[in-house]
Design a protein around this ligand. Sequence first.
Ligand SMILES: N[C@@H](CCC(=O)N[C@@H](CS)C(=O)NCC(=O)O)C(=O)O
Length: 219
Amino acid sequence: MADSYSLILGTKRYSSWSLRPWLLMKMAGLPFDETLITLRQTDTPERIFPHSESGKVPALKIDDGKAPFTVWDSLAVCETLAERHPEKHLWPEQPQARAHARSITAEMHAGFADVRRHLPMDFGRNLPKPELDDNTQKQIVRIVEIWAGALTRFGGLSGSGTRGGFLYGAFSIADAFYAPVVSRFETYGITVPSASDAYCKRILALPAMQEWRAAAMKE
Ligand SMILES: N[C@@H](CCC(=O)N[C@@H](CS)C(=O)NCC(=O)O)C(=O)O
């Protein structure tokens, strides 16, 4: 029996953490079913807990036909998928590129608190750009520097993954982790230099991102 995957997600309009594994699985062509839990409701925690002991989404239920189990936290989910599907090359194949991709993914996972706080994901909406404090502005500059650095050094790599033009050539976990930021920049009209702008447009144009947008716009 093939593995079956069930992804537990939060409201698509708001759940930046959920978008990461969802987009990765779509881009990798890994089939899964979805359970969507509405965020920001009084019963949200009690609806999440039966699926995820962290009380947070996303979580991925994996049924390998032997001993079903759950993995939670977006990074742990993506790492687990990379381990289970080496043929999908979810991390770049070239070792230096892979180390770089892991570094920027970890940096996104653990950082950019001010960008999260002041530019919350509201997928597909256009909202006025708020007054940004120094820390938020510095974090935006750092994100653009990360994109430009990866695209310049590694963007030309030809991988065996999905198409080219991403941070490491083929789409990888790093792109999935930065996709919610692309959405935040679109929502608040944050302008970025041309190479990064082209990258953002490429991410937003992905059929999977358009699918997420369509669902988010209905919420
Ligand atoms: N580090 C976690 C963070 C997950 C997280 O904070 N998820 C939010 C939704 S985007 C959540 O589940 N919040 C619970 C709630 O709103 O009650 C991850 O990467 O998955």
